[in-house]
Ligand binder design. Structure first.
Ligand code: SAH
Length: 499
């Protein structure tokens, strides 16, 4: 069945317990009420964000007074009067620190009446918004919330992010702010502007603790201004999506996905990987399935080329590695013939993903000195007629069969006829590296029957060879050569003993 490439609307965002928003408070009035130390900490936080704080605390505690003295901050106006409904006028936010439910309720009602968002410290029932954990690399700011579920967990996450982000990033974020007008003044095209900020990001992340210099800015600007017009014409990047687990994506693949205009993806690309695409990118399913509906390769090539020629950054997202059973050559050739810049970003091929999941090495210095990837079906969906059966029957190889679903029985039968021992271990893995992964173990003789016992969905791969032995299997038994040698040496010892 022929399928037309279709645009897919993927809702990219899962439900959110809270919406993080970043309030601009410079010069805005914020009211805080309460005499406890907590009120003082909030006053300090809001003053740090540039707010003019009116702190209503007629009877400030010792602790609050000592916080305020420590601050010596002119942005905080300590008013020794209780709050009243009049104080909300013109306020951007209102915060109360109290243990008293009635006061909390009254404060919230007054805030609602005045249209001011309100927070009562540690009393979620009375809050419009909450304060999250903060990692401060201003103007780069990261907010963390667990929606009140587990503050300690939130703090641990904060500590992790703190450790991950060098302090120097603050200076790069600041440089971005100050350099922005100079970049805008150049009136570069959208692509060139984006390439400037991509280079900026690469530089910042590679030297986070160096001070950004004017030289850096000038050389980045010069590069973007003189950039070949090729990038103006768009480009195509074949990106390996790996077998499914998004954590197996390379950093390069993630970066490419985040700068995509168009993502053309296959059926086998997992949803979790697609989630990395830039939110504004157009996503299109151009899948080919072994036996189901398929898009024609020429249609896919034509789409890639025509989007790139419209100046778009096209990401051709393919399962596993693009260069392994991915028809990459045809796509690369089509781009080259049309003069479209093309690049390939490798991915983890399924065989590698599987080997790590089942903890079995694809090679072994004693029993598997050769590794071969073989396709289980040809262009017509049949077992390829030109399979080299001698190499499949080679006992010192590990053979990985891609696309084996329909032909595994015929393949196993032929391998046996060509001399592969019946007990050679064979493993099928469905949906490798995904949540619904299923591993089936057997021998080359038994695996087709075990696979046939029930209908399974999702892609499958088969690995055959002595390297695939199970934890309890005996190496010697799987090594005819070695067991013959052992028998021979026993015999020799017996002869020597009798002499
Ligand atoms: N380029 C891909 C292979 C594409 S051919 C790679 O490098 O892995 C498609 C075949 O890959 C499928 O029929 C199946 O045999 C295998 N495959 C892809 N993803 C898989 C997965 N998550 N689990 C098992 N097999 C997978």
């Amino acid at each position: 069945m022929i399928r037309k490439p279709t645009e897919t609307r993927i809702s990219r965002i899962e439900p959110l317990a809270r919406l993080p928003v970043f309030f601009g408070l410079k010069g805005r009035r914020v009211i805080i009420a309460g005499g406890s130390e907590a009120a003082g900490w909030k006053a300090e936080l809001l003053a740090a964000a540039g707010a003019r704080v009116s702190l209503y605390a007629p009877d400030a505690s010792e602790e609050l007074l000592s916080v305020l003295t420590g601050l010596n901050d002119t942005a905080i106006d300590h008013i020794r009067e209780p709050w009243s409904i009049n104080v909300f006028t013109g306020a951007a936010l209102a915060i109360l620190a109290t243990e008293n439910d009635a006061e909390a309720q009254a404060f919230r009602c007054a805030a609602i009446a005045a249209g001011v968002p309100c927070n009562v410290v540690d009393r979620p029932a009375f809050c419009d918004f909450s304060f999250g954990g903060i990692v401060n690399r201003s103007p780069l700011i990261i907010g963390i919330s667990t929606d009140g579920a587990a503050p300690v967990f939130g703090q641990a996450i904060r500590a992790k992010i703190e450790a991950m982000l060098p302090q120097g990033l603050a200076r790069w974020a600041e440089a971005a702010q100050t350099w922005r007008p100079a970049v805008q003044a150049l009136k570069l095209s959208f692509q060139k502007r984006r390439s400037f900020w991509e280079r900026f990001t690469t530089l910042a992340l590679s030297r986070p603790n160096d001070l950004p210099r004017d030289d850096d800015r000038n050389s980045l600007l010069a590069l973007s201004a003189t950039e070949a017009t090729l990038s103006e014409r768009g480009s195509a990047v074949l990106v390996g999506a790996g077998p499914g687990d998004p954590e197996l994506l390379t950093l390069k693949a993630v970066r490419a996905l985040q700068s995509a205009d168009i993502v053309l993806y296959d059926d086998l690309v997992s949803r979790a990987v697609l989630d990395f695409a830039r939110r504004e990118a157009k996503t299109m399913l151009v899948g080919k399935t072994g036996h189901g509906p398929s898009c024609k390769q020429e249609d896919i090539n034509r789409l890639m080329v025509s989007f790139a020629q419209q100046g778009k950054r096209v990401i051709r997202l393919k399962s596993g590695d693009p260069m392994v059973f991915g028809r990459a050559t045809e796509e690369i050739d089509a781009c080259r013939a049309a003069g479209v810049a093309v690049e390939v970003i490798p991915g983890i091929t399924t065989a590698q993903g599987v080997a790590s999941r089942i903890l079995r090495s694809l090679t072994h210095r004693a029993v598997a000195r050769r590794l071969q990837f073989v396709t289980g079906h040809d262009t017509a969906g049949q077992l390829p007629p030109d399979i080299d059966w001698r190499s499949i029957a080679d006992q010192s190889a590990t053979t990985v069969i891609y696309m084996p679903a329909r032909t595994i029985r015929a393949l196993a039968d032929a391998a046996l006829v060509h001399g592969l021992p019946r007990e050679t271990p064979a493993i099928a893995v469905y949906n490798a590296t995904r949540a619904d992964e299923e591993v089936i173990e057997g021998s080359i003789a038994s695996l087709p029957d075990i696979m046939g016992t029930k209908e399974r969905n999702g892609p499958v791969i088969v690995l055959i060879g002595r390297s695939m032995k199970g934890a309890g299997d005996d190496w010697a038994a799987l090594m005819p050569q070695a067991s013959e040698d052992a028998a021979l040496s026993k015999q020799n010892t017996a002869i020597a003993g009798s002499a």
